[in-house]
Design a protein. Structure first.
Lengths: 309, 179
């Protein structure tokens, strides 16, 4: 049990329980490494990684890049805004051109669901999905579970509610798969228009009342309202959304127990959570960011060890 | 597969006490010295030496750490089996300290090379020495020699030296195993 069952990280649904366990144990070691005075190890000095971002990202891109550099990999970056994609080049051509420069691994974010799976079938490199449309965002789900494990000791048996825009969220889907694989109970909560039909078929509870959901859970993962993906109006106004699905300090303090607040970022302060909640001691938002680097180091390290020379 | 006893419990014990005395001879009160056991199997020896120094020779405040070298090894992706990491436990800076690396068997010297790189993450030590229980002669790939050695042995390449510790293997003994 010291090897992943997969050669690419395309989504949580392709992983098994042992894979997640292995990633977390490896991340524990890397978390120790990144808290050293010198935060770098030479393991991947003969590996080159391309970060291909066909969609905007700050945190994920920085986190991946930092993880790669802390492992001593060579890194090249690519953003579609400044590239030949604008001139009509296809995804396979773009990636194959980059790979012909001897790249071993590709970290890709793409607006189309399934872009990572497609790529893994057509190019000869290890693929890490850094978010594909509204489909999956596996490293985010891994770092979320890792942060829950760190804060509460174990993920198994915990009750986690994912609040907000479930419909447009890749974080929600990956989190549902990851949490269920580890034996947690999952609930989604949000306005009916932002909850996909048939999501209960995945074995999650559905709740439209935020107070009930928060009273049920141990952990609340607050998602951002993804205005950029909304082609039509899903709720009357941001203010009304905040009144019904925003968490403020009063609501948090009036609950039966102390729950843990998570957020994958970027936060719309005052919309899904208020500043005093985001900065409270119940919030582990900044721990999530730190753990993101350790978890991504673990994923890259474990995938790289499967690339044969 | 046959095995032969190289050292029994009594011999291991005598050697450990001799090594402890040699350390005291060089490092006196250990005020500026740290013992670093190399993961995975050097840590048993380091822990045991620290215990002997404290209990039998009344040396106080011995600084002891465990160093994992997995991410610093030069055979990543070269072996059949993936490398599995262990815990590093060094809760002090090694800046200007005198370090003694402690490992059970010195073979090719590649682990020590990795440890020399790894320890730099914790500062710039004043000097580094090497203590090993077993020194396999004529098998080095690198110009690395121990400063303190328990026993020097001649072992051919398809043989393996295995050190057992009470804490982990229920006995103190050193075996030569022929594959």
């Amino acid at each position: 049990m010291s090897e992943l069952s997969v050669n690419h990280l395309l989504g949580i649904k392709y992983l098994n329980k042992q894979d997640i366990q292995l990633i977390f144990e490896t991340a524990d070691h890397f978390k120790e490494v990144i808290n050293r005075p010198i935060k770098k190890v030479p393991s991947l000095r003969d590996i080159t990684i391309a970060n291909l971002f066909f969609e905007n990202s700050t945190r994920t891109k920085l986190s991946f890049e930092l993880a790669e550099k802390r492992l001593s990999a060579d890194v090249i970056n690519f953003s579609s805004g400044q590239s030949s994609v604008k001139k009509g080049e296809t995804l396979i051509d773009t990636v194959n051109n980059i790979l012909s420069m001897k790249v071993d691994m590709v970290v890709m974010r793409h607006p189309n669901p399934g872009a990572g799976v497609f790529l893994s079938k057509h190019v000869n490199a290890s693929i890490v999905n850094a978010g594909d449309g509204a489909h999956e965002h596996p490293t985010q789900a891994l770092l979320d579970s890792y942060s829950i494990r760190e804060k509460l000791g174990d993920v198994k048996g915990k009750k986690v509610v994912i609040v907000g825009d479930i419909l447009h969220s890749r974080v929600a889907l990956s989190n549902i798969f990851a949490l269920q694989l580890q034996g947690a109970q999952v609930m989604v909560c949000g306005p009916k228009t932002l909850i996909p039909k048939y999501i209960d078929k995945l074995g999650v509870k559905v709740e439209t009342n935020l107070r009930k959901a928060l009273n049920w859970c141990d952990v609340a993962n607050m998602l951002r309202v993804q205005n950029e993906r909304m082609d039509i109006s899903y709720f009357p106004s941001t203010r009304e959304y905040t009144q019904q699905y925003g968490v403020d300090k009063n609501l948090l303090d009036s609950l039966d127990k102390e729950i843990t607040i998570m957020h994958p970022g970027p936060i719309n302060r005052g919309v899904e959570i208020t500043s005093d909640v985001a900065d409270s001691k119940q919030s582990i938002i900044l721990d999530q960011v730190q753990n993101g680097v350790a978890v991504r180091m673990a994923v890259i390290y474990l995938l790289a060890s499967k690339i044969k020379q | 597969m046959s095995q032969k006893v190289l050292l029994n419990e009594k011999e291991v014990n005598i050697i450990l006490h001799r090594l402890a005395c040699q350390l005291i001879e060089k490092h006196n009160d250990f005020s500026n010295t740290v013992l670093i056991g190399l993961q995975p199997r050097g840590v048993f020896l380091a822990d045991r030496l620290a215990k002997i120094l404290t209990d039998d020779y009344k040396v106080k405040n011995i600084k002891l750490g465990h160093l994992d070298i997995t991410f610093f090894r030069d055979d990543f992706r070269r072996g059949e089996k993936p490398l599995e990491a262990n815990t590093t436990k060094i809760n002090f800076l090694v800046e200007d300290k005198n370090i003694v690396f402690v490992d059970d068997v010195l073979y090719t010297g590649r682990s020590i090379r990795a440890a020399l790189t790894a320890i730099q993450s914790f500062g710039r030590p004043n000097e580094i020495e090497l203590l090993t229980l077993i020194d396999r002669r004529f098998s080095r790939h690198l110009p690395i020699q121990p400063d303190y050695r328990g026993r020097q042995v001649d072992v051919i390449n398809n043989e393996k030296v295995k050190v057992n510790w009470k804490e982990h293997d229920h006995e103190d003994a050193v075996y030569l195993i022929e594959k």
